[in-house]
Ligand binder design. Structure first.
Ligand SMILES: *Cc1c(COP(=O)(O)O)cnc(C)c1O
Length: 366
């Protein structure tokens, strides 16, 4: 038997299916007006302060970025009253999830997560030779009782996607407390809070910094890609213990967070007005969609992020294609094995109205 060209795990990893890019659909359809409600981006665009910061920083891109993102860490450290030694900055949440798997997973180690949830947890764990233990949602929520039952000697990580992607709902404080209480100290709990600023509008949303203070082996993940609207420049961060941050910073690519990203993130942190406007628009857009779903008697999951998961009772492949032809990109539920569901990001009010109108047409045409 000849040796294999690739590392074994390359064969198992499923390629990530990104939302369809606007540019691609424009080329395919030859139409100009396309609404992309597929990747949970900020419909208001980036913070104007972030754009200005990037313009200023552009003159310095011949100089390597600051490897430790110290200025950004200082800003985050002030915001969260946490030492800078407890922070890890990465090239988006995605790089941080990869680094988490690299830092903790030996071949055969296990990581527990919900299904469906953010695909990166399982793909990165599997790539390191670990085992993704996927627990189906129960009543659309993470089934923490089963999570706890499945913990064993090999369990290294537990991923909690809160709010969950693609379902959009939160795990309330009470539920998370149960998980924390019943998880051994030497298992790292990763709280993915990519949609934090939307979710805190819900009074039941847990205060994860309190959990970190009481339970050291905890990692909180947040990103500038969603509410801050700078998904393209790639920056996210972890709040954790000094011990974990030191280990992760050791394996980090030295310059993965570029100058423009650092500058834009610092500026975005200072733009509370843009954040407030974004969150306000989000709940207005959700309100409009929820009203339509209620009129149609469609089952949907009460959202606490910038997208909603809805059952339109038709094959999501067909609905997805129908909407594409009308210039609206959404995410079809079959990607997660929920064939008649759609995940739709919030948009401007005009985009939201257009989505509702086009969906209504598509469903009548089927
Ligand atoms: C968007 C998202 C992330 C991170 O996205 P980045 O753009 O890589 O920062 C992480 N987790 C979830 C659940 C997400 O939806």
């Amino acid at each position: 038997m000849g040796k294999s060209l690739f590392k074994n795990e390359v064969a198992y990893v499923k390629p990530y299916v990104p939302g369809k890019p606007i540019e691609e659909l424009k080329r395919e359809l030859g139409i100009e007006e396309i609404e992309k409600l597929a990747s949970n981006e900020n419909p208001l665009g980036p913070s104007p302060k972030a754009i200005e910061a990037i313009r200023r920083e552009a003159a310095n891109i011949h100089i390597y970025p600051e490897a430790n993102s110290t200025e950004l860490k200082i800003k985050l450290s002030e915001k969260y009253a946490l030492p800078i030694e407890n922070i890890v900055i990465g090239n988006g949440g995605e790089e941080l999830l990869k680094m988490i798997a690299e830092t903790f997973i030996n071949p055969g180690d296990e990581a527990i997560m919900a299904n469906p949830s953010f695909d990166k947890y399982s793909s990165e764990v599997c790539f390191m030779g670990g085992v993704a233990v996927k627990i189906p949602l129960k009543n659309y929520k993470h089934d923490f009782e089963t999570f706890v039952e499945r913990i064993n000697e090999k369990t290294k990580l537990i991923f909690v996607c809160n709010p969950n992607n693609p379902t959009g709902n939160i795990m309330p404080k009470e539920d998370l407390d149960y998980l924390v209480k019943n998880t051994p100290e030497d298992v790292v709990i990763v709280l993915d809070e990519a949609y934090y600023d939307y979710a805190i509008k819900n009074p039941e949303y847990p205060e994860s910094l309190d959990i970190l203070k009481q339970r050291p082996n905890t990692i909180i993940l947040r990103t500038f890609s969603k509410v801050a609207g700078i998904a393209a420049v790639r920056v996210g961060y972890l709040l954790t213990t000094k011990e974990i941050a030191d280990a992760m910073n050791k394996i980090k690519l030295t310059f993965s967070v570029n100058r423009l990203a650092q500058a834009a993130a610092i500026a975005a942190l200072e733009d509370q007005e843009h954040l407030d406007k974004t969150v306000e628009l989000n709940y207005k857009s959700l309100g409009l969609m929820e009203k339509y779903f209620q009129e149609k008697n469609f089952e949907y999951i009460k959202p606490n992020a910038n997208f909603v998961f809805v059952n339109v009772n038709e094959d999501s492949r067909i609905v997805f294609q129908g909407l594409l032809k009308k210039g609206v990109i959404i995410r079809p539920g079959y990607l997660w094995g929920w064939d008649s569901w759609l995940r739709v990001s919030t948009g401007t009010m005009e985009q939201t109205e257009k989505f509702i109108k086009r969906l209504d047409e598509v469903l009548k045409e089927i």
